[in-house]
Each structure stands twice: as C-alpha cells, then as structure tokens.
Design a protein around this ligand. Structure first.
Ligand code: GLY
Length: 553
C-alpha cells in the first residue's frame, strides 16, 4: 500500500574494533537534516550540537512538520556522568488566551479556529531550545551549528512527493496567508516535484538566532514583526509572552519492562506516562507465548486503559495536579488488569468515563548517538501539516497551531479525535498536552533511541517499537513494523491495512473489537540502536517516509 511513498530508506550497520572510538549514528526524517547533523559532528560537535543542527535543518526542509515557529521535547543522555534530562520546549498559551476562546456564544467549538490562522498558534519554544542545547550541553556556538540550516534556507531544497501531499492537504489554508503562499506554494498552487523552495526571510531569522541566541527571536526587530504581524491578522500575542518564555528542564519518566529500562518524556507530554502505564500492564502477560490474536487483544486493552487515563488526568503539571507516581506504579497497573478479560473486548463506555476524523497529521522525530555515547531523542512539532499555515510578514516563521492540543471543551475531540478534561483546559501561559514520545530503551545488551510523529498514535507506535526491541528485532524491522492503535475513544482498533489478516480481523471482531483500516498517519519512525554486546551501531529510517539513517564511523 505504501508503494507510492517508498522512495528510499537506508539501514546501515557499523561495528568497530574495541580499541577504536564508538561509531555515531543519526536517523531523521530528511536526508538533508541527517547530513546537517553529520556535518556538525565532523566539525567537532557532540550529539547536542548535532541536535541543534538537525532541529534547525528540519525546520527548513520539512516545513510541514516542525519549525522555528513550533516546539518540541529533547530527551538527553550525557555519557560522561549518565545525566538524563528532558528539555521542555513546548509552546505555551499566550497570556491573552482563555478557557473558552474557541467556543461560540452558544458554547459550541468554532470549526477550525484552533487549527488555521494566528489565533491557533502557541508561543514558540524551538528558538529557546536551540540556545539552551548549545549553551548548556553543546561544544560549538550556534553560529557554527546553525550554518547548514541557514544554507538550506538560502539555497533552497527540492520539493518531494511528501511535500506535495502535505501542501495539497493544506492548500486552502496556505492560500489565506500571502507570506506563507509566497514561499510554500508556486503561483498559488502545490509546487511541482523538484521545485526549489527558498526561504530568505527564514535564513535571516536563523542568522539572528545564530548571532544573538534566543534574544534574536524573542526580542528586538524580529519579535516586533512577529507580534505585530500575528495580531494584525487576528492573533493575541504580546511581548510579555516572549519575555517569559523559558525552556524547562524536567526529570524524565522512568519505567521498567521485563528487565528493559524505559526513559521517556514527562508532562506536558502524555507519552512517557502512557507508555509506562501500558507496559506495566503488559508485563504480567507472557506475550511471546501467546497467539497473535491474544497478544493484540492484550496490547489493545492496555492501550485503551492508558488513553482513558490520559483523557482524564493529564495536562501541564505546572498548572494542574497529575497523579504521576500512581499512574506509573506497578500496583496501579495490576488494578487496571483486573478488568481485562482474556477473550472479550471491554467497551470503552463501560470504563469510568470522560463523557463526552481522521486526516493527515504531522510532527517529526530524530535520534542521535554520538562517538562518546551521548544521546538525543527529539520529537518536534508545529502540529497539523504546515501548522497554522500563517507566516507573519517579513519573518519567514511559519506559526504552529498547537493550541488545538488543548481540550477546547471537555469531551469534544480535537483534530486527532482525542478527548480531554479539565486538566488540559486552556489557561494563560499553560503548555498544551502532547503525545510526543522521544524515548530511550535499554536492555542488558542493547540500547535504543526511538520516536516518531503521528499525532495521537505516537505513543502506541513507540510502544509497538519498544516491544519489538525487547524481543530483539533490528532497527529497520522495528521502524517498518505494521501498526495498530487504540485510544479509548473512538472505541475502535485502527490498523494499517497490512497489519492483520482477514482471519485475525474476523477473530478479533468475534471478541467484541471494532476494527477500522486506515491508510495514512502511521508515522515516520527514526531509530538508532547501539548493540553493546556486538559493538555494533545501526540507524534506520521508516519505510513510510523519505528519511535517512546514517552510521558515522
Ligand atoms: N501536536 C502533536 C502532539 O504534540 O502530540
């Protein structure tokens, strides 16, 4: 089914004699971004400098996935002292935002208000994250690590079929912003294959960040243009939003699954908690001894319960109390398991309830291990393809539409069909709940850096990858796995058309599961694995995308 998007993926293995230095590896969703990271490693940078280069390069060459006008989470492991930290560069609600800002007078959600145009944009976190990475963890100045991205913005990059698909999907919204249309469309239409997208204003913006750090973005001439342009078109940004934006260093969520260490992201992402909650429930089932059907049944039932809790409890812990310790405890998992029946689906509406479309989704991920063993797993987003589709004039900065990740109204699904409760309601300055799940996995013999885009399905894709890693699968086999997903509501197993046989579908239906085949949005996983026992590094980029995994001897 993915014939049309199979273009190329690269899997490489490099092993090395024990006396030599360890190889490095980078996997990202675009070959130019992987090359940017490699260039910076070759120039003497470490994984954190490479993360700066890859983040900025992706912002240029994958404008539909992430960007300087967006946010993300960077999970770091420093080899020298085993220090691990999550950099929270998530967007925040502007201080002028309020709980019901996307509701009409009758209290109904205004269609598309949180998806298109400047009112849908949170305050960007990527510029602050670039400075934070370079200043606190990198070896090189931003002026060096940002060079590849500045070059790509000036010289341009060629449109590929993925770009075309995303631009087609968002064409009408892109046409509404003349600054966006001028760069991302050609004469108001989706550009032809090979058309070169040049972004001179973005090159200038990146140069300001290279020269002045985050101040180049959040202060002075560029900040004025961003705020003025956004508000003139209906936005609600202020200089106070920019002055008070900071990166928050958070303690990662840690868990353990049958001897495998899991390190993932904390709120405002739901990823780490949901992943550990699912794996804690699964740990009691001898999955490898069970039939395929039984395995899928238990995996789906544990997904269902974790996504119910996501809807009820999760939000920005700086604003709401989230029972993190309870949700990731083994005792709680045991309690959840008591309602799982071996041969029968549990209808979601029989679980204690959060009362109460499908389309393209975007976001991006990259994974890095450097020659010293430093690691970065980073998932970055501007939310929907091409974010809000709005560029404040003269800035080159495509704004996110991450405000849609808040719960606009309890029980009303967002663009990913996710429902939320009070914990994820809009508040000024609050960070919207995310599903982004950059993760480290470590068994006795191997360690992995893994993550993917995919909206609400990110967590379950990383889960299936983690289970396959635990069973010893290779990086390429893991990123290429056929996928399935359950998110509590809607009460269906969504699956990739090649994930199940007809017989499996019939059997699972007879157990009370509703199944729906879905063609798209099955992610673009990027993974690197270091095999400690064999001293072998591998990097793999998802068959569904156009990315590149590279091992650097
Ligand atoms: N915007 C997708 C996410 O953060 O989960």
């Amino acid at each position: 089914m993915y014939k049309f998007i199979f273009s190329f993926f690269v899997l490489v293995f490099v092993s090395f004699p024990l006396s030599a230095r360890q190889p490095a590896a980078i996997a990202s969703a675009h070959p130019l971004a992987t090359q940017a990271g490699e260039e910076v490693l070759q120039a003497g940078g470490n994984a954190f400098d490479a993360a700066v280069a890859v983040t900025a390069a992706l912002a240029v060459v994958e404008p539909y996935s992430s960007g300087i006008g967006g946010g993300g989470f960077w999970l770091l492991h420093r080899a020298s002292d085993q220090f691990e930290v999550m950099l929270d560069g998530r967007e925040r609600a502007p201080f002028n935002a309020h709980r019901d800002m996307y509701l009409d007078k009758q209290g109904n959600v205004i269609k598309d208000a949180s998806i298109n145009g400047p009112l849908s944009a949170g305050i960007p976190g990527v510029p602050a994250a670039l400075e934070h990475l370079a200043k606190h963890y990198g070896l090189l100045p931003l002026s060096k690590s940002l060079q590849p991205a500045i070059r790509y913005a000036r010289e341009g990059f060629p449109v590929d079929e993925h770009y075309q698909r995303m631009a087609k999907f968002r064409l009408s919204a892109l046409k509404k912003s003349s600054s966006a249309a001028a760069v991302f469309l050609h004469k108001g239409q989706v550009p032809a294959m090979g058309y070169v997208v040049k972004q001179n204003n973005l090159a200038h913006t990146l140069s300001l960040i290279a020269e002045k750090g985050a101040d180049g973005f959040y202060k002075g001439e560029l900040a004025d243009k961003l705020i003025r342009g956004t508000n003139k078109a209906g936005g609600i940004w202020s200089q106070k939003d920019f002055n008070e934006y900071t990166i928050i260093e958070r303690k990662p969520i840690k868990g353990e699954y049958r001897g495998m260490k899991i390190t993932s992201v904390a709120p405002p992402s739901s990823g780490g908690i949901a992943l550990v909650e699912i794996m804690n429930q699964l740990a009691a089932y001898p999955l490898e001894k069970l039939s395929d059907i039984q395995q899928v049944h238990y995996i789906v039932e544990t997904m269902r319960r974790a996504y119910r809790d996501r809807a009820e409890y999760l939000g920005d812990t700086d604003f709401v109390k989230v029972p993190v310790a309870r949700l990731i405890s083994k005792d709680y998992a045991a309690k959840l398991r008591t309602s799982i029946r071996p041969n029968m689906a549990t209808p979601s509406n029989t679980l204690p309830g959060v009362k109460k479309k499908d389309g393209a989704t975007d976001t991006t991920h990259f994974s890095i291990i450097d020659h010293q063993g430093n690691r970065v797993a980073a998932t970055l987003s501007i939310n929907y393809p091409f974010g809000s589709c709005f560029v404040p004039p003269g800035t080159g900065v495509l704004l996110n539409d991450e405000m849609d990740d808040f719960s606009a109204k309890p029980g009303v699904p967002n663009v990913y069909g996710l429902v939320g409760a009070e914990a994820n309601a809009i508040q000024p300055g609050k960070r919207m709940l995310s599903s982004m799940s950059p993760t480290f996995l470590e068994t006795k013999n191997r360690l992995a850096v893994i993550g993917t885009p995919g909206g609400s399905r990110i967590i379950t894709m990383v889960l299936l990858g983690a289970l396959a890693f635990h069973q010893g699968e290779s990086a390429q086999a893991i990123v290429d796995l056929a996928r399935y997903h359950h998110q509590y509501l809607p009460d269906s197993i969504f699956y990739e058309p090649d994930a199940f046989s007809l017989q499996q579908i019939e059997k699972m239906s007879s157990m009370g599961h509703s199944l729906k085949a879905v063609e798209n949005t099955w992610g673009n996983m990027q993974m690197v694995i270091w095999d400690k026992k064999k001293s072998m590094m591998s990097a793999a980029s998802d068959r569904r995308g156009l990315g590149l995994g590279r091992v650097i001897p």
